[in-house]
Design a protein around this ligand. Structure first.
Ligand code: NAG
Ligand code: NAG
Ligand code: NAG
Ligand code: NAG
Ligand code: NAG
Ligand code: NAG
Length: 743
């Protein structure tokens, strides 16, 4: 029965895809050729003959590529779709040329002539879908992007074989049309939307109003971007997922329609009801299908459709009732509003709610939601499957198709972290689960551009039937490709990282990167980590040892900086422990020494080394936000959105430091002053013999935090100083002093 339901879902989607014509094969091939030119330059791209042939996947219907030629001839890359051809091109670059494509910069030294493929190599993915994005990625990573940056990302997606992805830009512009048509005033609409950096939560009904309003120019620019994004995704044969109505409405709807039946939901994320407690329309209210279909009709009129729609009614939101009949009605209403406009609609649902509030979502509540939509028409993202899979305890989502997703990252934090063993085993185990309805793999981080090794593995698993057999060998070759040359010390460093920071398992992974460095100081900070810190320090030593050979590799310099950053993060924990112990034992001299190193030496040194790399600059981060603006007033709004997101998150530190980043400028002007204030407060407490008062400190430190957010100070957007030189200085100073002691 389950298999049949999945077949139905796939049937619908394949039907939609079958509508693509021979002309689309040519269009998709052209898109991949253009990608190759962007990636390799026109001269080297000409060494590849790319074609798209649907017939390649005739038997399985699953994306397939085939590679042949090379040597004296051109390399022939054939794919059953544009995405499949792009994935084939990437496979060739990776496995035959030792190249590496990454967010932090690619290593694309192609051999002359191109290596021959000795025997035609044909590969079919076992997964119907390779999905990408989390609703939150839109806010934590993509928010300020222009087309040039989107283009790079869509190229990255195609090369990694992604064929299903959110395309959620510009939806507020459509909602604005709908609300105005319903009779809301412009100021009511403006009051409803959040600022750009918080739209992800506005869209899920968690927030409204906060950090807004959205300027007119924002809507125009996002509409423009969304058209280009969709056009490019479709040109590769990807399926973009559009948003749909989930049931949340602005309060002002009740002014226009006084008899409308809405329920005010509870607050979210420590925000008060000025910014949260959104209004949910009752599923039986006749306005539900009306608003839902008005939106979808207007959206698809503007953008066309590929028949998959995302909507999340209860994401981190407690439903007003736990009655299964209510939950079923609320779910069915969303789906019915979809099919009223698009009879072929498939609903993509984030399964996050089920694992986020397991006490609410008992078996009958989960069943009510999953069974309210016809089998095969609800496609569930098992969003955090590497850590808290839901398919195992819901009989494979009650027979609804699901995608095994790796979430990995929260808030775009920088700390080194990964559960590579669990990720490696997860998808294959999910496919073998009894009566499994798994139809794909997914990459669903809240923020990107960190811990690239984890994403490289997950992307590869999208095309593998079995786990990677030997992860040690895999990371060793990953390092070789990344730096363009296999180096024994770099390989050894990566194997140490694999067995430590990248081998998290179970509960230990949940609190990752809550390092004292990026947290508001207190005497209660938890310094426990799931790995042996010595492994990080030793990896640091080995990378420095490899520096004379590898220093010209941009990816190596990035990693050297990233591991230096991590080592400093570890050192901050160690000095913090020492300072805390000294304080508790009332040893003022030791407190001043250890605390002084932390606040006045280590953090400034970290800031200086981060400042050497354009990928770790607060200045660039904020400039990106300002560059998205059309006036100085907008630039100020966007910059403040960005500063809030990095630090206080809400007006009162509502989700304090959740989206922390280790950027030059942020360390010097935000994390450092906090630690200095803390150290002074502790020293003062010992000197005067009065107890340290956390509550008083919190009040004082909030002023510093707020001052940072409200400041308009400019930061450099150009790197300064030499990474290797400064990393070495930190190493020479601290490795013998602290590290050797703990080794
Ligand atoms: C919510 O918090 C904001 C900012 O902290 C404050 O200005 C507002 O009055 C509060 N609203 C309510 C309803 O308490
Ligand atoms: C309003 O909606 C709720 C939730 O669906 C329902 O229980 C209630 O009966 C409705 N009230 C009216 C007056 O229709
Ligand atoms: C799998 O499905 C079959 C056919 O519906 C059923 O008989 C069997 O009990 C299911 N197995 C499990 C473990 O749920
Ligand atoms: C990761 O940790 C597990 C135990 O949790 C262990 O069995 C495995 O060997 C480790 N993997 C590596 C690569 O160190
Ligand atoms: C510190 O964190 C670790 C790992 O997350 C956890 O096991 C431990 O209970 C925590 N310790 C305290 C005192 O909260
Ligand atoms: C951490 O690694 C070091 C060096 O390999 C070793 O001496 C030490 O015993 C390890 N510590 C733990 C807690 O395993």
């Amino acid at each position: 029965m389950q298999a049949a339901a999945v077949a139905t879902a796939l049937g619908i989607l394949l039907w939609a895809e079958a509508g693509r014509s021979a002309g689309d094969e040519a269009r998709e091939a052209a898109a991949v050729r253009a990608l190759a030119e962007r990636l390799l330059g026109p001269r080297r791209a000409a060494d590849f003959a790319v074609s798209v042939e649907r017939a390649l996947a005739a038997e399985s219907g699953l994306d397939t590529y085939s590679l042949s030629g090379g040597g004296a001839a051109r390399v022939r890359v054939r794919g059953s779709s544009g995405v499949a051809a792009a994935a084939g091109l990437h496979r060739y670059l990776r496995d035959f040329c030792g190249c590496h494509v990454a967010w932090s910069g690619s290593q694309l030294h192609l051999p002359h002539p191109l290596p021959a493929v000795p025997e035609e190599l044909t590969e079919a993915t076992p997964h119907r879908y390779r999905y990408y994005q989390n609703v939150c990625t839109q806010s934590y990573s993509f928010v300020w992007w222009d087309w040039a940056r989107w283009e790079q990302e869509i190229d990255w997606m195609a090369l990694n074989g992604i064929n299903l992805a959110l395309a959620w830009s510009g939806q507020e512009a459509i909602w604005q049309r709908v609300y105005l048509a319903l009779g809301l005033t412009q100021s009511e609409v403006d009051e409803y939307f959040t600022g750009p950096a918080f739209l992800a939560w506005g869209r899920m009904g968690n927030l409204h109003t906060w950090a807004g309003p959205l300027p007119r120019s924002w809507h125009l620019k996002q509409l423009y971007l969304q058209h280009r994004i969709l056009d490019r995704m479709r040109s590769f044969g990807m399926t973009p997922v559009l948003p749909a109505f989930a049931g949340h409405v602005p309060k002002a709807v009740t002014r226009v329609f006084p008899h409308i039946n809405v329920t005010q939901l509870g607050s979210w994320g420590h925000f008060n009801c000025s910014y949260s407690c959104s209004f949910l329309l009752a599923p039986e209210d006749p306005m539900f299908p009306l608003i839902g279909s008005l939106f979808l009709r207007e959206l698809t009129r503007e953008f066309g459709t590929d028949h998959v729609y995302g909507a999340d009614t209860f994401n981190e939101m407690q439903p007003p009732s736990s009655e299964p009949s209510y939950l079923a009605a609320a779910t069915a209403a969303v789906f019915e509003a979809m099919i009223a406009v698009d009879p072929d609609a498939v609903w993509l649902l984030q399964g996050w709610l089920f694992q986020h509030q397991p006490q609410f979502w008992g078996p009958s509540q989960v069943k009510a939601v999953l069974n309210a939509v016809p089998r095969g028409r609800l496609l569930v993202l098992d969003l955090f499957a590497e850590n808290q899979p839901v398919y195992t305890r819901t009989a494979s989502f009650q027979g609804q198709p699901f995608i095994w997703c790796m979430l990995h990252n929260f808030g775009g934090n920088h700390g080194l972290f990964g559960a590579l063993e669990a990720v490696n085993r997860g998808p294959a185990a999910a496919r073998l689960f009894p009566n499994s309805t798994m139809v794909g793999t997914g990459i669903a981080p809240e923020g990107i551009s960190q811990n690239e090794v984890v994403y490289a593995l997950m992307a590869e698993l999208g095309w593998r039937k079995e786990p990677v057999p030997d992860l040690e060998a895999w990371v060793t070759s990953f390092a070789g490709r990344r730096y363009g040359v296999a180096h024994p010390d770099a390989g050894a460093a990566w194997r140490l990282l694999l067995r430590s920071v990248y081998n998290c398992s179970g509960d230990a992974c949940r609190g990752h990167n809550r390092s004292p460095l990026v947290r508001r100081p207190s005497l209660q900070l938890n310094t426990t980590v799931w790995y042996n810190r010595s492994d990080v320090f030793e990896a640091w030593r080995l990378l420095l040892k490899a520096t004379p050979t590898l220093a010209s590799s941009p990816a190596f310099r990035y990693d050297l900086l990233d591991v230096t950053r991590q080592a400093v993060q570890e050192l901050v924990s160690l000095y913090y422990e020492e300072a805390r112990t000294a304080y508790l034992h009332k040893e003022l001299a030791t407190l001043l020494r250890a605390g002084g190193v932390l606040a006045y030496e280590l953090l400034p040194a970290l800031d200086r080394v981060l400042a050497t790399d354009s990928r770790f600059l607060l200045g660039s981060w904020l400039e990106q936000a300002r560059a998205a603006a059309a006036s100085e007033a907008e630039a100020q709004l966007y910059e403040q959105n960005s500063r809030f997101q990095l630090t206080l998150w809400g007006p009162e530190g509502n989700i304090l430091d959740y989206a922390n980043k280790q950027l030059a400028g942020l360390v010097a002007q935000y994390y450092s002053p906090r630690w200095q204030l803390f150290l002074e407060a502790l020293a003062d407490s010992l000197a005067r013999g009065v107890p340290f008062q956390q509550r008083l400190f919190d009040k004082l430190v909030f002023r510093l935090e707020q001052a940072f957010v409200l400041s308009s100070r400019r930061y450099p957007t150009q790197p300064q100083g030499d990474t290797v030189d400064l990393a070495q200085k930190i190493f020479l100073k601290y490795f013998p002093r602290k590290v050797a002691g703990s080794l």
